[in-house]
Design a protein around this ligand. Structure first.
Ligand code: NAG
Ligand code: NAG
Ligand code: NAG
Ligand code: NAG
Ligand code: NAG
Length: 408
C-alpha cells in the first residue's frame, strides 16, 4: 500500500476531490481568502503521474492531457487557484492574506511597461502593438489611479510612441520605446509624472539605430540596462530592418554612453537588476531570452527557440561576468521580470507570474490570473502589493507578506 495523502472532499465549502496529487496545505492557507494549491514532488503521483500525460511547453501544467480521473480533477482545480506553491518557501513569501483581483478587464492583447508611482498611487502601463492602436502604433499610454480604480488614457508632451518598458527612478519615469513606422527608432526617454513632459535622452549607438527596445532596469547607481529586441520590426511597428542581433546595452547614467554587454540570436526581452547578495556594492543582472518568439516570415512560437533565464555578475561597471543558466520556465516564456527588495524574481510567464529563487533558479510558485485567455506579461511593485498587466487587463495582488518595492 502506498502512503498517500487524501484531501477532505469538502474544504470550507469548496468542493475538493480526493486526490493524491495535491499536497495538504498548511493550516493558515486553508481559508477562503484565496484558492491555494501545493504541488510537491514529495507526493507520489506528482513524481509519477499514473497513465498518460502530455502538454506543450507553452501550456500551463494544468493543461496537460491526462488519462487518470483523479489527476484530471486535480488539474481542473489548479485552474481555479490564485496561487500554486511548488516550494514551501512560497507560502512565506506570499502569506495567507494575499488576494488576487482582476481590477481592469481590457482587451486580450499585450499590456506592458507597468510602472507604479507610490507618491501618486498611479500605475502607468501601455497597450502594446497590434491589433490595437493605428496599425499597432500607440501614441498614448494608460494611467490607472489605483486609489479609486479610475483608468484614463494619457499623452505625454510631446507624444511617446510605442512605449514598451518603464521604471521609476527618483522623481522621474524612464521609458523605452520601439520607435514607429519610418519616422523614429527605439529611444530611452525621461517623463516627468507631474507635467507629462517627455525628453529623449538616448536614441542611437554611435549613429546606429536600435532595433526597438523591449524593457529596461536601472541599477542602484543610476545606470541603465536596456534590452533591444526583434519585436518591433517583427510586428511591423517600424520599417527599419534589424541593424544587428538583439542586444543588451549598459548605459552609464552619468555620461549616457551606451555599450553592448550581451548579444543573442534569440531575443532580448525582460531584464532585472538586483543588489548582489555576495557583494552589495555590485549588482546581479537577470536576462530572459525569448528566441522562442519568431517573427518573419510569420509570427510563431517555436518550442526549440530560447526560453532561458540567465544570471550574471557585474564585477566592474558594464561587463557581465559569470553567466549562470538559472531556469527554463515550467511553461510559456518569461516576459517582464522584476527583482523584489530581497532579490526574489517575479516573471510574467503566461498562466501567471512565476516567483523564482535567484540563486537556485527554482520556481517557488505561481501567482495566477484566472486561466483561459488571460495571460501575465509584466509586473510593478508597491510595498506589499503588486500589479500584473497582460492579456485581459490588470490584476492587483494585495497583502503580500514579502516586501516588494526596492529601496532605490
Ligand atoms: C468563507 O466565506 C464565507 C462566505 O463567503 C464566510 O461566511 C466564511 O466566514 C469564510 N470562511 C473563512 C474561513 O474565511
Ligand atoms: C503531445 O502534445 C503536443 C503538443 O500539444 C502534440 O504536438 C503531440 O502530438 C502530443 N503527443 C502525443 C503523443 O499525443
Ligand atoms: C496601415 O497599414 C496598411 C498596410 O500597410 C496601410 O495601407 C495603411 O495606410 C496603414 N494605415 C495607417 C493609418 O497608417
Ligand atoms: C560612468 O562614467 C563616469 C564618468 O566617466 C565614470 O566615473 C563612472 O565610473 C562610469 N560608471 C561605470 C559604472 O562605468
Ligand atoms: C480555466 O479556467 C478558465 C476560467 O474559468 C476557463 O475559461 C478555461 O477554459 C479553463 N481552462 C481549462 C483548460 O479548463
Amino acid at each position: 500500500m502506498r502512503n498517500v495523502l487524501v484531501l477532505p472532499a469538502v474544504l470550507f465549502g469548496k468542493s475538493l476531490f480526493a486526490s493524491e496529487f495535491l499536497h495538504e496545505l498548511p493550516a493558515r492557507f486553508q481559508t477562503n481568502t484565496s484558492n491555494w494549491a501545493w504541488v510537491s514532488y514529495d507526493s507520489p503521483s506528482v513524481a509519477v503521474i499514473p497513465g498518460s500525460f502530455n502538454r506543450s511547453v507553452f501550456d500551463a501544467p494544468h493543461k496537460s492531457e491526462v488519462s487518470d480521473d483523479g489527476i484530471a480533477q486535480a488539474f481542473a482545480y489548479l485552474n481555479e487557484t490564485d496561487f500554486i506553491a511548488y516550494d514551501p518557501r512560497f507560502f512565506d513569501i506570499i502569506g495567507p492574506d494575499a488576494k488576487v483581483e482582476h481590477v481592469q478587464h481590457l482587451a486580450y492583447q499585450s499590456h506592458e511597461a507597468p510602472c507604479y508611482n507610490p507618491t501618486t498611487g498611479n500605475l502607468f502601463f501601455v497597450e502594446w502593438g497590434p491589433p490595437g492602436g493605428v496599425n499597432g502604433t500607440h501614441n498614448w499610454q494608460y494611467m490607472l489611479n489605483t486609489r479609486n480604480n479610475r483608468l484614463q488614457k494619457l499623452q505625454t508632451d510631446p507624444p511617446t510612441y510605442n512605449a514598451h518598458g518603464c521604471v521609476i527612478y527618483g522623481e522621474n519615469m524612464y521609458v523605452v520605446t520601439d520607435g514607429y513606422e519610418d519616422k523614429e527608432t527605439g529611444q530611452l526617454v525621461k517623463i516627468d509624472p507631474k507635467t507629462w513632459k517627455k525628453k529623449t535622452i538616448l536614441n542611437n549607438y554611435y549613429g546606429q539605430t536600435f532595433l526597438g527596445f523591449n524593457d529596461l532596469d536601472i541599477d542602484s547607481d543610476g545606470n541603465f540596462w536596456l534590452t533591444d529586441s526583434k519585436s518591433a520590426y517583427g510586428r511591423d511597428l517600424i520599417d527599419f530592418y534589424y541593424p544587428t542581433n538583439p542586444t543588451v546595452y549598459f548605459v552609464n547614467g552619468t555620461t549616457m554612453r551606451p555599450k553592448p554587454v550581451h548579444i543573442t540570436t534569440g531575443n532580448a526581452n525582460g531584464i532585472a537588476v538586483a543588489r548582489s547578495s555576495s557583494n552589495p556594492n555590485t549588482h546581479t543582472v537577470y536576462i530572459s531570452d525569448t528566441g522562442v518568439s519568431e517573427f518573419k516570415p510569420k509570427s510563431l512560437k517555436n518550442p526549440y527557440g530560447n526560453r532561458a533565464l540567465f544570471a550574471y555578475d557585474t564585477p566592474h561597471g558594464g561587463v557581465l561576468a559569470n553567466p549562470r543558466f538559472l531556469n527554463n520556465p515550467i511553461s510559456y516564456f518569461y516576459d517582464g521580470i522584476r527583482a523584489s527588495k530581497n532579490g526574489y524574481l517575479f516573471a510574467g510567464a503566461g498562466d501567471g507570474v512565476d516567483v523564482i529563487d535567484p540563486t537556485s533558479g527554482l520556481t517557488l510558485g505561481t501567482i495566477r490570473v484566472g486561466g483561459g485567455e488571460n495571460l501575465a506579461v509584466s509586473v510593478a511593485f508597491g510595498e506589499h502589493e503588486m500589479w500584473i498587466v497582460g492579456r485581459g487587463g490588470v490584476w492587483h495582488v494585495g497583502n503580500i507578506k514579502e516586501p516588494l518595492a526596492r529601496d532605490w
